[in-house]
Design a protein around this ligand. Sequence first.
Ligand code: DGL
Length: 266
Amino acid sequence: MNQPALSSMPAPACVGILDSGIGGLTVWSAIKARMPQLPCLYVADQAHLPYGPRPQTEIRALVSELSEQLLEAGARLIVLACNTASAAALSHLRTRFPDTPFVGMEPAVKPAALHTRTGVVGLMATRGTLQGELLRSTAARFAGTVKIVSSECPGLAEAIEAGADSAVLRARLDEILEPMRAAGVDTVVLGCTHYPLIASTLTQVLGPTVHLIDPAPAIARQVERLWTGRVAAPGDRFASTGDPDRLRAMLRRHFQLDTTVEHWPG
Ligand code: DGL
């Protein structure tokens, strides 16, 4: 029997994961920890990083186009592994692609409010996330009497993306986190997917007793719930709209993963 031509074969089913850069790899890593066999297609929109200061309409247009490309490449579920993009575009994407489940990031205010003993919680996020409606509604639902001290962490995602060393990051974080320390936070929400990549430096600056909340494992649980029953094929793919070599170097540095990275779209 003749094999169908490659171009006429349906693209292999996978989970599409999107971020402006390497931050969403923290979510990819949590997904793989729960479901090692799940094939993922990770796209870093490094040509447009950072998303944080961009207008919501622009982010919506960027991630809509990338979602469409991911669907064409076989994504059956899309993870918006970026708090800023989730704040700007999650409900828009769900309306525009009603047949596709989207999993987005939500600032982890609820677990932080449950965990804090001092009643003061820090929230590190980009400007876009802090100004978004998603945070306002999440805080209104879950913060209760807990005080939230937030910081838009200017330039931090870019510094992480550029591979800044921990001495440089420490100096920067000393400044950024001073208001949180002064307010007596005992719990800090990592409201940008880039920040878990520097968790050990954050702990050096905030002190070992401050609990950091990374929502990635909760996102992975949600992906597992939604993926059930969908067809899977082996193998992850990584792609960047910017410089694939940079993403490749960061995969090696943060995840000890030596792999090829494509340019996106191909
Ligand atoms: N990783 C993105 C987030 O979770 C933000 C980085 C950026 O500003 O592009 O918000």
